[in-house]
Design a binder for this molecule. Structure first.
Ligand code: SAM
Length: 269
């Protein structure tokens, strides 16, 4: 889920929702913004339009492949402001104290459980100016719902995965708790809102590609944990096998509801 191609296809399929969330973050024209865990740079063009030519973006990511993709995007002239791309860890930000007006951190805190989450948020607070804005956007795995499929089967899968190293991004089970984590890290004026994206037929080609790969991911996880045989059969025939007559993506009643949380807070003065 952190590989550049998958990130890009998810962004394209959810673009309308993702852009609405970024606009709701409160980031303003002329600001110097850090994109923390920037992935392949999907947000950079829109973020650069929001800060405008007088603003500036620094994008940091750990993965070499994503850093290369971002450098290409910037070199292709797709950003409306200067963008510096840095390879490094958001847990050890290589930046001076108080240098950013805002931080945009999307789909990245899900990879950090306590105590690393506190380390991450403390570091983000350090590099913000007093009064600076932190905006955390996160996928809410509890709000996800797809079908026609018995939701209890997904709950059983999530329960089995909760403490498993298999579920990259297990923090996405706790997205609604982000305000408490921001408060504990010293942020003030904390806000939280949920944004819902619905996918139903007719689907565009990129939506179909994204949804098929997302279903495939859940089906492969269902194979790897100790679910009862009857439940594994349901996962295989309805979610994992595009050739099965029961594959839900081909059903006229197919639905996939994605929920995202946006938590914002202000660094203390
Ligand atoms: C799901 S992606 C989100 C990318 C982008 N923000 C987006 O929403 O499209 C999570 C990103 O976090 C990055 N990441 C994970 N651990 C990191 C760390 N310790 N420091 C910096 N980036 C990290 C991964 O390389 C990946 O690009």
């Amino acid at each position: 889920m952190v590989e550049a191609g998958w990130l890009d296809i998810h962004f394209q399929a959810s673009r309308k929702e993702y852009e609405r969330i970024l606009h709701a973050s409160g980031i303003r024209e002329g600001w110097r913004v850090l994109d923390a865990g920037a992935g392949s740079g999907s947000y950079l063009p829109l973020l650069s339009e929001i800060v405008g030519p007088g603003g500036e973006i620094v994008a940091i990511d750990l993965a070499e492949e994503n850093v290369a993709a971002m450098k290409e995007l910037v070199a292709a002239g797709r950003c409306a402001c200067p963008v510096e791309v840095v390879q490094g860890s958001v847990l050890e930000l290589p930046f001076a104290d108080g240098g950013f007006d805002a931080i945009w951190c999307a789909n990245t805190v899900q990879y950090f459980q306590q105590p690393l989450l506190a380390t991450l948020l403390g570091g983000l607070r350090r590099v913000l100016k007093p009064g600076g804005l932190l905006a955390v956007k996160e996928f809410d795995n509890v709000g996800l719902h797809f079908g026609p499929f018995d939701p209890a089967l997904r709950w059983h899968l999530l329960e089995a995965l909760r403490d498993s190293p298999l579920l990259l991004g297990a923090g996405a089970l706790f997205t609604v708790d982000l305000p408490a984590h921001l408060r504990a890290a010293g942020f003030q004026e904390i806000r939280f809102e949920s944004h819902v994206g619905d996918f139903r037929h007719p689907l565009s080609p990129v939506e179909t590609e994204f949804l098929a790969s997302a279903l495939q991911l859940y089906a492969s996880l269902a194979e790897q944990v100790g679910l009862p045989a009857r439940e594994r059969d349901e996962w295989r025939s309805k979610i994992g096998d595009p050739d099965s007559g029961r594959y839900i993506l081909r059903s006229p009643d197919f639905y996939f509801r994605e929920v995202h949380g946006l938590a914002t807070g202000i660094a203390p003065g």
